[in-house]
Design a protein around this ligand. Structure first.
Ligand code: ZN
Length: 167
């Protein structure tokens, strides 16, 4: 069975940045599962997996535009440190919730300078070129239920009880 829209794909993967540093991997875990064509994974990788089948190994290089987006300087800004008093010691790399244009979003502390901190609300992988090593371990049809939920159930997918499924 080849990968096409509405197929459930299970894959093992390793993600590296341009420097060859491993950012994420499914090694030692369940494979990652997604429904093809539903935007569950980044567009650049989804495109590379089209028509592949169980056992196929691919190597995909995905630029920011088809990955986690280009880094947007508008999403990086300075705020007064005192706004975050009570959050304990702020450290570079720490993720904190803050209001960004009226929405609560998670930002990363990028810099701390005196009374000012620089927050970055871009996705941590924005601007990165992503290098994926992927092995397709299973391809099957998605069930009606999975299609209506928009995500995979079972191995590598959502493990939510019957209660939540009934909603
Ligand atoms: Zn579900």
């Amino acid at each position: 069975m080849n990968i096409s829209d509405n197929k459930v794909v299970q894959m093992h993967y390793e993600l590296k940045n341009d420097q060859g540093q491993v950012l994420d991997s499914s090694t030692g875990k369940d494979p990652l599962a997604y429904i093809h064509g539903m935007g569950n994974i980044i567009p650049g990788l989804e495109k590379e997996l089209l028509n592949k089948t169980k056992g196929d190994k691919i190597n995909a290089v995905v630029g920011p535009a088809e990955g986690y987006g280009v880094k947007d300087d508008q999403k990086v800004f300075k705020v007064a440190k005192k706004q975050f008093q009570g959050d304990g010691d702020l450290q570079v790399g720490m993720q904190i919730q803050a209001e960004n244009q009226g929405n609560m979003e998670v930002g990363t502390v990028e810099k701390i300078e005196g009374d000012e901190i620089t927050l970055n609300f871009n996705h941590p992988l924005a601007g990165e070129t992503l290098h994926f090593d992927v092995e397709v371990v299973e391809v099957r049809d998605a069930t009606e239920e999975e299609l209506s939920h928009g995500h995979v159930h079972g191995v590598g997918g959502h493990d939510h009880g019957a209660e939540e499924d009934a909603k």
